[in-house]
Design a protein around this ligand. Structure first.
Ligand code: ATP
Length: 371
Protein backbone atom coordinates (compact mmCIF):
# COMPACT_ATOMS: atom_id res chain seq x y z
CA UNK A 1 0.00 0.00 0.00
CA UNK A 2 1.57 3.29 -1.03
CA UNK A 3 -0.86 6.01 -0.10
CA UNK A 4 0.76 9.44 0.23
CA UNK A 5 -0.62 11.66 2.95
CA UNK A 6 0.45 15.27 3.32
CA UNK A 7 -0.84 16.81 6.54
CA UNK A 8 -0.84 20.55 7.18
CA UNK A 9 2.43 21.11 5.34
CA UNK A 10 3.95 24.58 5.65
CA UNK A 11 7.12 25.77 3.94
CA UNK A 12 8.39 29.33 3.95
CA UNK A 13 11.36 31.00 2.29
CA UNK A 14 11.94 34.24 4.20
CA UNK A 15 8.73 36.21 3.79
CA UNK A 16 7.33 33.92 1.07
CA UNK A 17 4.97 31.16 2.18
CA UNK A 18 5.53 28.71 -0.66
CA UNK A 19 3.31 25.99 0.83
CA UNK A 20 0.55 27.27 3.06
CA UNK A 21 -0.93 24.62 5.34
CA UNK A 22 -1.58 22.06 2.61
CA UNK A 23 -3.23 18.71 3.27
CA UNK A 24 -3.61 16.17 0.49
CA UNK A 25 -4.12 12.43 0.36
CA UNK A 26 -3.08 10.58 -2.79
CA UNK A 27 -4.64 7.14 -2.70
CA UNK A 28 -2.76 3.96 -3.45
CA UNK A 29 -2.15 3.72 -7.23
CA UNK A 30 -3.75 7.07 -7.88
CA UNK A 31 -2.35 9.66 -10.31
CA UNK A 32 -2.70 13.16 -8.87
CA UNK A 33 -1.56 16.22 -10.78
CA UNK A 34 -0.45 19.40 -9.01
CA UNK A 35 -1.49 22.18 -11.35
CA UNK A 36 -1.10 25.91 -11.01
CA UNK A 37 0.66 29.01 -12.29
CA UNK A 38 4.36 29.62 -11.91
CA UNK A 39 5.36 30.24 -8.30
CA UNK A 40 2.24 28.74 -6.68
CA UNK A 41 4.26 26.19 -4.71
CA UNK A 42 3.94 22.98 -6.76
CA UNK A 43 7.63 22.12 -6.85
CA UNK A 44 8.14 23.03 -3.20
CA UNK A 45 5.32 20.69 -2.19
CA UNK A 46 6.66 17.88 -4.36
CA UNK A 47 10.17 18.37 -2.99
CA UNK A 48 8.78 17.97 0.53
CA UNK A 49 7.30 14.61 -0.46
CA UNK A 50 10.56 13.60 -2.14
CA UNK A 51 12.72 14.66 0.79
CA UNK A 52 14.65 17.19 -1.28
CA UNK A 53 13.38 20.01 0.94
CA UNK A 54 11.93 19.62 4.41
CA UNK A 55 8.69 21.24 5.59
CA UNK A 56 8.76 23.80 8.42
CA UNK A 57 5.78 22.11 10.00
CA UNK A 58 3.30 19.38 9.14
CA UNK A 59 3.82 15.76 8.20
CA UNK A 60 4.40 13.57 5.14
CA UNK A 61 3.29 9.93 5.34
CA UNK A 62 3.94 7.24 2.72
CA UNK A 63 1.94 4.13 3.49
CA UNK A 64 1.97 4.04 7.26
CA UNK A 65 5.50 5.44 7.58
CA UNK A 66 6.17 8.98 8.68
CA UNK A 67 8.82 10.07 6.14
CA UNK A 68 8.80 13.78 7.00
CA UNK A 69 12.47 13.83 7.99
CA UNK A 70 13.80 10.83 6.06
CA UNK A 71 16.33 11.32 3.25
CA UNK A 72 15.01 10.64 -0.29
CA UNK A 73 16.70 7.24 -0.59
CA UNK A 74 14.79 5.89 2.40
CA UNK A 75 11.34 6.95 1.21
CA UNK A 76 10.66 4.18 -1.32
CA UNK A 77 10.15 6.63 -4.14
CA UNK A 78 11.56 7.34 -7.56
CA UNK A 79 11.51 10.78 -9.05
CA UNK A 80 12.05 13.03 -12.03
CA UNK A 81 13.07 16.54 -11.06
CA UNK A 82 14.61 19.20 -13.23
CA UNK A 83 17.24 19.66 -10.54
CA UNK A 84 17.88 15.95 -10.24
CA UNK A 85 19.81 15.55 -13.47
CA UNK A 86 21.05 12.39 -15.10
CA UNK A 87 24.70 11.39 -14.61
CA UNK A 88 26.86 12.92 -17.37
CA UNK A 89 29.70 10.41 -17.04
CA UNK A 90 27.41 7.40 -17.57
CA UNK A 91 26.02 6.14 -20.85
CA UNK A 92 22.25 6.19 -21.25
CA UNK A 93 21.99 2.46 -20.53
CA UNK A 94 23.83 2.85 -17.22
CA UNK A 95 21.80 5.90 -16.30
CA UNK A 96 18.55 4.00 -16.76
CA UNK A 97 19.98 0.92 -15.03
CA UNK A 98 21.31 2.92 -12.07
CA UNK A 99 18.50 2.21 -9.60
CA UNK A 100 18.30 -1.42 -10.71
CA UNK A 101 22.02 -1.95 -10.05
CA UNK A 102 21.56 -0.51 -6.58
CA UNK A 103 18.83 -3.11 -6.05
CA UNK A 104 21.29 -5.80 -7.29
CA UNK A 105 18.81 -6.94 -9.91
CA UNK A 106 20.04 -9.97 -11.98
CA UNK A 107 21.51 -8.82 -15.29
CA UNK A 108 19.03 -10.40 -17.78
CA UNK A 109 16.09 -8.90 -15.89
CA UNK A 110 17.87 -5.57 -15.65
CA UNK A 111 18.54 -5.45 -19.40
CA UNK A 112 14.89 -6.23 -20.11
CA UNK A 113 13.74 -3.46 -17.75
CA UNK A 114 16.08 -0.90 -19.30
CA UNK A 115 14.97 -1.92 -22.77
CA UNK A 116 11.29 -1.62 -21.84
CA UNK A 117 11.71 1.84 -20.29
CA UNK A 118 13.89 3.04 -23.19
CA UNK A 119 11.36 1.85 -25.77
CA UNK A 120 8.53 3.60 -24.00
CA UNK A 121 10.49 6.85 -24.13
CA UNK A 122 11.71 6.23 -27.72
CA UNK A 123 15.37 6.32 -26.75
CA UNK A 124 16.22 2.65 -27.35
CA UNK A 125 18.68 3.67 -30.08
CA UNK A 126 20.61 5.98 -27.74
CA UNK A 127 21.53 3.48 -25.03
CA UNK A 128 25.19 3.61 -25.99
CA UNK A 129 25.47 7.40 -25.95
CA UNK A 130 26.57 9.83 -23.27
CA UNK A 131 24.08 12.51 -22.18
CA UNK A 132 26.31 15.20 -23.71
CA UNK A 133 25.61 13.64 -27.12
CA UNK A 134 21.86 14.12 -26.78
CA UNK A 135 19.38 16.99 -27.00
CA UNK A 136 17.66 18.47 -23.93
CA UNK A 137 14.42 16.63 -24.74
CA UNK A 138 16.23 13.32 -25.16
CA UNK A 139 18.04 13.79 -21.84
CA UNK A 140 14.74 14.51 -20.16
CA UNK A 141 13.41 11.24 -21.50
CA UNK A 142 16.40 9.41 -20.02
CA UNK A 143 15.49 10.85 -16.62
CA UNK A 144 11.90 9.62 -16.99
CA UNK A 145 13.08 6.19 -18.15
CA UNK A 146 15.44 5.94 -15.17
CA UNK A 147 12.61 6.74 -12.75
CA UNK A 148 10.17 4.33 -14.37
CA UNK A 149 12.62 1.43 -14.66
CA UNK A 150 12.89 1.16 -10.88
CA UNK A 151 9.15 0.50 -10.57
CA UNK A 152 8.97 2.02 -7.10
CA UNK A 153 5.55 2.20 -5.49
CA UNK A 154 5.66 6.01 -5.51
CA UNK A 155 6.68 8.15 -8.47
CA UNK A 156 7.15 11.91 -8.20
CA UNK A 157 7.51 13.89 -11.41
CA UNK A 158 8.12 17.60 -11.90
CA UNK A 159 7.30 18.79 -15.44
CA UNK A 160 8.84 15.65 -16.96
CA UNK A 161 7.68 16.43 -20.50
CA UNK A 162 8.45 20.14 -20.56
CA UNK A 163 11.40 19.95 -22.97
CA UNK A 164 9.67 17.82 -25.59
CA UNK A 165 8.19 19.15 -28.80
CA UNK A 166 4.41 19.33 -29.02
CA UNK A 167 3.85 16.13 -31.00
CA UNK A 168 6.10 13.96 -28.87
CA UNK A 169 4.57 15.43 -25.75
CA UNK A 170 1.10 14.46 -26.95
CA UNK A 171 2.21 10.91 -27.64
CA UNK A 172 4.20 10.57 -24.43
CA UNK A 173 1.48 11.74 -22.10
CA UNK A 174 -0.86 8.98 -23.30
CA UNK A 175 1.87 6.33 -23.16
CA UNK A 176 3.05 7.43 -19.75
CA UNK A 177 -0.47 7.35 -18.42
CA UNK A 178 -1.01 3.83 -19.76
CA UNK A 179 2.28 2.57 -18.36
CA UNK A 180 1.77 4.04 -14.90
CA UNK A 181 -1.70 2.50 -14.70
CA UNK A 182 -0.18 -0.83 -15.70
CA UNK A 183 2.59 -0.55 -13.12
CA UNK A 184 0.07 0.48 -10.44
CA UNK A 185 2.30 3.30 -9.19
CA UNK A 186 1.07 6.03 -6.88
CA UNK A 187 2.04 9.21 -8.72
CA UNK A 188 2.24 12.93 -8.03
CA UNK A 189 2.87 14.86 -11.21
CA UNK A 190 3.61 18.59 -11.35
CA UNK A 191 2.70 20.67 -14.37
CA UNK A 192 1.45 24.12 -15.27
CA UNK A 193 -0.06 22.71 -18.47
CA UNK A 194 -3.78 22.31 -17.87
CA UNK A 195 -4.30 20.10 -20.92
CA UNK A 196 -1.69 17.69 -19.60
CA UNK A 197 -3.42 17.74 -16.21
CA UNK A 198 -6.87 17.12 -17.68
CA UNK A 199 -5.66 14.31 -19.90
CA UNK A 200 -3.50 12.45 -17.39
CA UNK A 201 -4.76 12.92 -13.85
CA UNK A 202 -7.18 10.76 -11.88
CA UNK A 203 -7.51 13.94 -9.84
CA UNK A 204 -6.14 17.44 -10.26
CA UNK A 205 -5.10 19.56 -7.30
CA UNK A 206 -5.28 23.17 -8.46
CA UNK A 207 -2.87 25.38 -6.49
CA UNK A 208 -2.60 29.09 -6.03
CA UNK A 209 -0.44 31.07 -3.61
CA UNK A 210 0.70 27.98 -1.74
CA UNK A 211 -2.79 26.58 -1.22
CA UNK A 212 -4.81 23.84 -2.89
CA UNK A 213 -8.04 25.46 -4.04
CA UNK A 214 -9.71 22.31 -5.33
CA UNK A 215 -8.76 18.67 -5.75
CA UNK A 216 -11.17 16.68 -7.88
CA UNK A 217 -11.46 14.59 -11.03
CA UNK A 218 -10.67 16.38 -14.31
CA UNK A 219 -14.35 16.49 -15.29
CA UNK A 220 -15.34 17.95 -11.91
CA UNK A 221 -12.72 20.71 -11.88
CA UNK A 222 -13.70 21.51 -15.46
CA UNK A 223 -17.50 21.42 -15.05
CA UNK A 224 -17.97 22.51 -11.48
CA UNK A 225 -15.01 24.54 -10.28
CA UNK A 226 -15.45 25.59 -6.66
CA UNK A 227 -13.58 28.80 -7.27
CA UNK A 228 -13.44 31.41 -9.99
CA UNK A 229 -9.68 31.00 -10.30
CA UNK A 230 -10.04 27.29 -11.07
CA UNK A 231 -12.63 27.91 -13.80
CA UNK A 232 -10.44 30.62 -15.28
CA UNK A 233 -7.28 28.52 -15.18
CA UNK A 234 -8.69 25.33 -16.68
CA UNK A 235 -10.05 25.03 -20.20
CA UNK A 236 -9.24 26.48 -23.61
CA UNK A 237 -10.79 29.00 -23.69
CA UNK A 238 -11.16 29.50 -19.95
CA UNK A 239 -14.59 29.77 -18.34
CA UNK A 240 -16.43 33.03 -19.12
CA UNK A 241 -17.39 35.30 -16.25
CA UNK A 242 -20.17 37.88 -16.49
CA UNK A 243 -21.42 40.43 -14.01
CA UNK A 244 -25.01 39.71 -13.14
CA UNK A 245 -27.40 41.74 -11.04
CA UNK A 246 -30.22 40.27 -9.01
CA UNK A 247 -33.58 41.98 -9.36
CA UNK A 248 -36.61 40.95 -7.43
CA UNK A 249 -40.05 41.43 -8.87
CA UNK A 250 -43.18 40.04 -7.24
CA UNK A 251 -41.08 37.77 -5.05
CA UNK A 252 -39.25 36.13 -7.97
CA UNK A 253 -35.55 36.77 -8.43
CA UNK A 254 -33.99 37.20 -11.84
CA UNK A 255 -30.45 38.01 -12.90
CA UNK A 256 -29.83 40.75 -15.42
CA UNK A 257 -26.73 40.71 -17.58
CA UNK A 258 -25.77 44.25 -18.51
CA UNK A 259 -28.81 46.31 -19.48
CA UNK A 260 -30.66 43.49 -21.01
CA UNK A 261 -31.73 39.96 -20.71
CA UNK A 262 -32.63 37.94 -17.71
CA UNK A 263 -31.83 34.57 -16.28
CA UNK A 264 -34.18 33.09 -13.72
CA UNK A 265 -32.40 32.39 -10.43
CA UNK A 266 -32.62 28.70 -9.60
CA UNK A 267 -34.72 27.87 -6.59
CA UNK A 268 -31.76 26.57 -4.61
CA UNK A 269 -29.94 29.86 -4.97
CA UNK A 270 -32.91 32.01 -4.13
CA UNK A 271 -32.20 31.96 -0.42
CA UNK A 272 -28.56 32.99 -0.95
CA UNK A 273 -29.17 35.95 -3.24
CA UNK A 274 -31.64 37.74 -1.12
CA UNK A 275 -30.93 41.42 -1.69
CA UNK A 276 -32.37 43.37 -4.59
CA UNK A 277 -29.48 44.77 -6.65
CA UNK A 278 -27.01 42.17 -5.40
CA UNK A 279 -24.19 41.48 -7.82
CA UNK A 280 -23.35 37.89 -8.65
CA UNK A 281 -20.80 36.50 -11.08
CA UNK A 282 -22.21 34.19 -13.74
CA UNK A 283 -19.68 31.59 -14.91
CA UNK A 284 -20.31 29.65 -18.11
CA UNK A 285 -18.14 27.72 -20.52
CA UNK A 286 -17.91 28.66 -24.20
CA UNK A 287 -19.43 25.37 -25.39
CA UNK A 288 -22.35 25.53 -22.97
CA UNK A 289 -24.18 28.46 -24.53
CA UNK A 290 -26.68 28.00 -27.29
CA UNK A 291 -26.17 30.34 -30.26
CA UNK A 292 -29.18 31.24 -32.43
CA UNK A 293 -29.61 33.25 -35.63
CA UNK A 294 -32.92 34.72 -34.56
CA UNK A 295 -34.63 36.06 -31.44
CA UNK A 296 -35.99 33.49 -29.03
CA UNK A 297 -37.41 33.37 -25.53
CA UNK A 298 -34.75 33.83 -22.81
CA UNK A 299 -32.11 34.53 -25.47
CA UNK A 300 -29.89 37.61 -25.25
CA UNK A 301 -29.16 39.68 -28.32
CA UNK A 302 -25.40 40.12 -28.58
CA UNK A 303 -22.89 41.58 -31.00
CA UNK A 304 -20.27 39.29 -32.56
CA UNK A 305 -16.83 40.92 -32.62
CA UNK A 306 -14.60 38.16 -33.97
CA UNK A 307 -15.19 34.79 -35.63
CA UNK A 308 -12.43 32.17 -35.44
CA UNK A 309 -13.17 29.09 -37.55
CA UNK A 310 -11.17 26.37 -35.81
CA UNK A 311 -12.27 23.38 -37.87
CA UNK A 312 -14.24 21.41 -35.31
CA UNK A 313 -15.90 24.59 -33.97
CA UNK A 314 -16.34 28.30 -34.55
CA UNK A 315 -15.05 30.33 -31.65
CA UNK A 316 -16.88 33.63 -31.38
CA UNK A 317 -15.78 36.65 -29.39
CA UNK A 318 -18.87 38.42 -28.20
CA UNK A 319 -19.68 41.60 -26.37
CA UNK A 320 -22.32 41.53 -23.63
CA UNK A 321 -22.64 44.85 -21.84
CA UNK A 322 -19.11 45.62 -20.68
CA UNK A 323 -18.03 41.98 -20.72
CA UNK A 324 -16.29 40.19 -23.56
CA UNK A 325 -16.86 36.45 -23.69
CA UNK A 326 -16.14 33.45 -25.91
CA UNK A 327 -18.89 31.29 -27.39
CA UNK A 328 -18.22 28.07 -29.20
CA UNK A 329 -20.61 27.01 -31.97
CA UNK A 330 -20.92 24.19 -34.47
CA UNK A 331 -18.73 24.92 -37.54
CA UNK A 332 -21.89 25.15 -39.69
CA UNK A 333 -23.38 27.98 -37.63
CA UNK A 334 -23.65 30.97 -39.97
CA UNK A 335 -22.19 34.08 -38.40
CA UNK A 336 -20.18 37.15 -39.34
CA UNK A 337 -18.31 39.83 -37.38
CA UNK A 338 -20.30 42.97 -36.47
CA UNK A 339 -23.60 41.11 -36.79
CA UNK A 340 -25.98 40.28 -33.96
CA UNK A 341 -26.86 36.81 -32.78
CA UNK A 342 -28.90 35.54 -29.82
CA UNK A 343 -27.56 33.33 -27.09
CA UNK A 344 -29.19 31.27 -24.43
CA UNK A 345 -27.69 30.24 -21.10
CA UNK A 346 -28.96 26.80 -20.06
CA UNK A 347 -29.53 27.24 -16.34
CA UNK A 348 -27.94 23.90 -15.42
CA UNK A 349 -24.68 25.04 -17.05
CA UNK A 350 -24.37 28.29 -15.14
CA UNK A 351 -22.00 28.44 -12.20
CA UNK A 352 -22.99 31.14 -9.72
CA UNK A 353 -20.00 32.75 -8.07
CA UNK A 354 -19.73 35.14 -5.16
CA UNK A 355 -18.17 38.36 -6.42
CA UNK A 356 -16.10 39.06 -3.31
CA UNK A 357 -14.78 35.64 -2.32
CA UNK A 358 -14.63 34.17 -5.85
CA UNK A 359 -16.18 30.98 -4.43
CA UNK A 360 -18.96 29.08 -6.18
CA UNK A 361 -22.24 29.64 -4.38
CA UNK A 362 -23.56 26.09 -4.66
CA UNK A 363 -21.45 23.06 -3.79
CA UNK A 364 -20.70 20.77 -6.75
CA UNK A 365 -23.05 18.08 -5.44
CA UNK A 366 -25.99 20.42 -5.53
CA UNK A 367 -25.08 21.70 -8.97
CA UNK A 368 -24.96 18.13 -10.26
CA UNK A 369 -28.31 17.41 -8.62
CA UNK A 370 -29.97 20.47 -10.11
CA UNK A 371 -28.46 19.91 -13.57
P1 ATP B 1 7.11 26.90 -11.37
O1 ATP B 1 5.95 26.35 -12.13
O2 ATP B 1 7.59 28.21 -11.91
O3 ATP B 1 8.23 25.90 -11.16
P2 ATP B 1 6.08 26.38 -8.69
O4 ATP B 1 4.62 26.41 -8.59
O5 ATP B 1 6.75 25.05 -8.75
O6 ATP B 1 6.56 27.30 -9.90
P3 ATP B 1 7.80 26.86 -6.43
O7 ATP B 1 9.07 26.62 -7.18
O8 ATP B 1 7.36 25.82 -5.50
O9 ATP B 1 6.62 27.21 -7.44
O10 ATP B 1 7.96 28.25 -5.66
C1 ATP B 1 6.98 28.74 -4.78
C2 ATP B 1 7.43 30.06 -4.20
O11 ATP B 1 8.56 29.84 -3.35
C3 ATP B 1 7.88 31.06 -5.23
O12 ATP B 1 7.50 32.35 -4.82
C4 ATP B 1 9.38 30.92 -5.23
O13 ATP B 1 10.01 32.13 -5.62
C5 ATP B 1 9.66 30.58 -3.80
N1 ATP B 1 10.87 29.72 -3.66
C6 ATP B 1 10.99 28.45 -4.10
N2 ATP B 1 12.20 27.94 -3.76
C7 ATP B 1 12.87 28.92 -3.13
C8 ATP B 1 14.18 29.01 -2.53
N3 ATP B 1 15.01 28.00 -2.53
N4 ATP B 1 14.49 30.19 -1.95
C9 ATP B 1 13.65 31.23 -1.91
N5 ATP B 1 12.40 31.21 -2.45
C10 ATP B 1 12.00 30.07 -3.04
Amino acid sequence: MAEIRIENAVKTFGKVTAVDNVSLTVHDQEFVVLLGPSGCGKTTLLRAVAGLGLVDSGRVMIGNRDVTYLPPKDRGISMVFQSYAIFPHMKVFDNIAFGLKMQRMPKPQMIARVQQAAELLHIENFLDRYPSQMSGGQRQRVAVARAIAVQAEVLLMDEPLSNLDALLRLEMRAELKRLLAELKVTTIYVTHDQIEALSMGDRIAVMRDGKILQCDSPSTVYDTPTDRFVGGFIGTPPMNFLQGQVRRENGAARVFIGDFGLIPVPEMLDTLLTRDGEVVVVGIRAENMEALNQPAEDALQVRVLVVEPLGSQNLLTIQIGSDIIKVSTHPDFRVAPDKDIWIRFPSDKIRWIDRDSGKTLLPAVQIAASG
